[in-house]
Write a protein that binds this ligand. Structure first.
Ligand code: NAD
Ligand code: ZN
Length: 357
């Protein structure tokens, strides 16, 4: 049995961001205490930037996330932060999407653990608790705010730093912050949540605990993407809670076929997580018939473009490389197909699916 930890504290609601200053003030004890803020550069020059509760001596890193977080990038942040005053910060805060939140989590852990972050890609490899860290999502869907992992791409794999110390100590869920998310990205990242739930609810790790979160999150996603009567504010409120609950559903279960193939795609071509999931899920009717048909309904309703026929430009070598990354994700296959997964699932089947994309 897993004995799960979870996020220590959560404040939710419109305007919750205003509470961040008071929350952080409690960490500022000594005069030379400082805080590191990672801010997604999409907020640069926007009202949110001026609302970040920065005090003299703090370090604000405004970062671009066009490329998903890499291990070497985290190592560089750690070196830079350690050189800031010679002391460790009293808090690390990530304000942005899944990428910035994972950067904040991983940096917090690597500030206290020796060596390079690529050494810790895997399960329970981190031995020392990180610096107190806070997550503030400004786009909803990944569940990174509530998950046990900080996903990083390293020299040999895309895999998270997964351990109990990864969880945020505090999260601030303020649906007002998602204003301005481009429509396609809103859809792709929201579908990450939808797909988390579809996958966690179908497989050998299925259990009532996970289902309680997953089925509620699915219901919220249906409201967001299929109910015409809702205002955008209502959609934003619901999707932020769906993301949280989808993340919890996963914690008590596992993802499946879509995420397995999506990781291969992101690893080889750098395709971002949300859109990569959509490209893969589009081809998985055989594995998730009801989920995929409902996904098509949502795609059509919002007029979203899901890239297809990509494999025309892929070499057999690239397809083999993606399949090689995917097949190693054994825990996903055990969840979807059961402990005897090798009898029904192999590299050739994975390649065949990639060729349809
Ligand atoms: P993201 O963080 O990469 O951001 C997507 C885009 O949205 C970026 O261009 C960003 O600048 C923009 N954006 C964010 N907030 C905005 C706002 N309020 N207004 C305008 N633009 C905004 O996307 P994501 O889908 O949230 O996260 C994907 C990342 O999360 C991947 O790196 C993936 O590996 C990781 N992930 C982590 C977990 C986990 O449990 N840790 C789970 C799923 C995905
Ligand atoms: Zn995901």
């Amino acid at each position: 049995m897993h004995n799960f930890k979870s996020v220590e504290r959560c404040v939710y609601g419109r305007g919750a961001f205003n509470d961040l200053e008071g929350i952080l003030q409690k960490r500022r004890v000594q005069p030379d205490d400082f805080i590191v803020f990672f801010l997604d550069d999409c907020h640069k020059g926007k009202p949110l930037e001026s609302r970040v509760p920065v005090k003299p001596g703090d370090l604000v890193l405004v970062e671009n996330v066009d490329v998903e977080p890499k291990t070497e990038q985290i190592d560089a942040y750690v070196a830079r932060i350690k050189a800031h005053t010679g002391k460790l910060p009293v808090a690390v805060v990530g304000i942005g999407g899944g990428s910035i939140m994972d950067i904040a989590k991983a940096t917090s852990l690597m500030l206290t653990n020796p060596g390079k972050s690529e050494q810790y890609q895997g399960l329970d490899l981190i031995k020392i608790p990180g610096v107190y860290h806070v997550g503030v999502p400004t786009i909803s869907g990944t569940g990174a705010e509530v998950s046990r992992t900080a996903v990083l791409t390293g020299p040999v794999k895309k895999l998270g730093l997964k351990c109990d110390y990864t969880y945020f100590d505090q999260i601030v869920l303020d649906p007002e912050l998602v204003v301005g998310v481009p429509r396609n990205q809103w859809f792709y990242t929201g579908m990450d949540c939808y797909i988390h739930c579809v996958e966690s609810l179908q497989g050998t790790h299925f259990n009532t605990f996970s289902e309680a979160y997953g089925s509620k999150a699915l219901e919220l996603c249906r409201d967001v993407y299929l109910d015409d009567t809702l205002s955008q504010e209502e959609r934003d409120d619901k999707l932020m809670v769906a993301s949280y609950m989808g993340g919890l559903s996963l914690t008590y279960s596992e993802v499946g076929v879509c995420h397995g193939l999506s990781y291969g795609l992101s690893y080889v071509f750098g395709t971002r997580h949300g859109i990569a999931n959509c490209i893969v899920f589009n081809q998985l009717e055989e594995y998730y018939p009801a989920g995929v048909r409902e996904f098509w309904q949502m795609v059509e309703k919002h007029g979203i473009h899901i890239p297809a026929h990509l494999s025309r430009d892929w070499t057999e070598e690239q397809i083999a490389q993606m399949a090689d990354v995917a097949i190693r994700l054994e825990h996903f296959w055990v969840h979807h197909f059961g402990p005897q997964w090798r009898q029904v699932w192999d590299v050739e089947k994975i390649k065949d699916l990639y060729r349809r994309m």
